[in-house]
Design a binder for this molecule. Sequence first.
Ligand code: HEM
Length: 475
Amino acid sequence: EVLNRGPLKDIPGPRLARCTRWYRAYFDVLCDGGFLKHLQGLHARYGPVVQIGPKEVHFSDVAAFHSIYSSRSTFTKDPALYNAFKQDLSSFGFVDPHKAKQRRDLLGPLFSRRATLDLECTIQEKVDKLVSRILSYENGGPCNLFMAFRSATLDIITSYCFAQSFDALDHPNFHHPILSAILSGVTAIWTFKYFPSLYFIADRMPGWLIHRILPVSKGYTDLFAFLSRHIDSIIADPSQLDTADHQTIYHHLLHPNLAKHDVPSRKSLLDESLTLLGAGSETVGNVVTTGVFHVTRDERISRTLRAELDQEWPDVHARMNYQALEKLPYLTAVIKESVRLAHGVVTPIPRVVGPSDAFIAGVHIPAGTVVSSGITFIHENPDIFEDPQKFWPERWLKKDGISNDNFFVPFSKGPRMCLGVNLAWCELYLLFGNTFRKVDFRIHETGLEDFSDFQEHWLPVFRRRQFQAFVKGRG
Ligand code: HEM
């Protein structure tokens, strides 16, 4: 009885979830990011609105999604989750909307479509290197494409943002320690959300002890050291920005054209660098890995895509740029379908309702309630996407098909939508276009279950086999 009182009493949900956040914590932490699967079951049982915590509600329908993440929304990021990323002074981490906007105003010009087109050659250079590294496996064993694509996207984001790179693509078998650290670090999010004091303890432990307990943390130490050195040297001698290969985030953060703004602190520069590296590498790497697997697995899709590419790009040694690739309808459909099925950000993105109460999809929600609506619930909704688990690029080409962008929301919506969306599209076109035009793949010991079975740790985490393939050059 007691549990059914309170401002959210009319919203259905498990009784235990109403009284304690440890209900959800059980699935997040002990079930290794198992809450998303559980949430699907809760919606099947209770309907489109479910109470999932004492002050937390999840919506599964499209109208609610657009209301929560609308461009006019005054809802803010939920610090309970965002503080766990420990990048609180960055574009991604700022909870305060004014600070977030200030930061977006500063960085926006570097991530505009114009800037992406101007810096296309830095992306193309890494894509060329990726293709040549993949083709070095031509007469040998299978190539680990899971790691190869992630190495490429890590090198792209670092050279785009910092005009520096870790050269992860040069590492044997693509197992650069910084990349491995990023991949395993993703799974720490739930532990830090529910046990934030662990950060306090970890900050005070000697490095050697942390590395003993958690060997992969060595990669993180290297990453912090690299970025700290880079930032310190720019702060000490800002004139070196004048001789950089191209504009970087530091040009925009330290030498802005905007008249009124606060110069970010050293900690904020470090947080921003880490944010962009994290937000920009695994996301794109996962889409390319997913897409190349699905296309290769289906002979018909593979043939159709290559026929389009071969016809529009007859000389493999010539360059085909982003703006030309964008015009190819089948390639575009393949990329959209890959983005949809790669799942991107899988954790429903939490927002705090305020400053006043709100009505979301007709439901009264008091200020202070945490609300979310998962992107996967839209992209896997069978009423919108027929046979949603099927990789089927043609769904994007049908005349009466999904022309409406309301149903394609991988980058979220509203004031906090993805800052890197233009860069992401450019990377995706160059990566998909070049690999399929220049390389033939034959899948090695990888199956559908290696992609469909993932754990939810903000991003999808794949614990089964990594995608491998035998490769052959195409003329
Ligand atoms: C396919 C690739 C990508 C997907 C699916 C994706 C998806 C998303 C989503 C859903 C959000 C909203 C998160 C939230 O509300 O907390 C987001 C935010 C963000 N993304 Fe991306 N992203 C991608 C690529 C990139 C790239 C390449 C960058 C590099 C610059 C980037 C930088 C950011 C940043 C800085 C934010 C935080 C924006 C803010 O809070 O105001 N993303 N992304």
